[in-house]
Design a protein around this ligand. Structure first.
Ligand SMILES: [Zn+2]
Length: 64
């Protein structure tokens, strides 16, 4: 029972759908939570994708 409560606190985003041994997991809502090791790598990947998509256009629009 205690374990279930702890599990809930750790996954406020929703139920885990897929979990990898390193600690990364995907919730049923499609939310990805990365472990400390992969968080940095994934952020770099996402930042690189944003650069490719030229998302800066949207940021400029919001500023003005
Ligand atoms: Zn990981």
């Amino acid at each position: 029972m205690e374990k279930k409560d702890a599990y809930r606190k750790l996954t406020v985003e929703g139920e885990k759908k897929t979990q990898w041994i390193c600690g990364c997991f995907e919730t049923v809502d499609g939310f990805f939570k990365f472990c400390k090791e992969h968080n940095d790598a994934m952020r770099k990947t996402i930042e690189a994708q944003i650069d490719e998509l030229d998302m800066t256009m949207v940021v400029d629009e919001n500023k003005t």
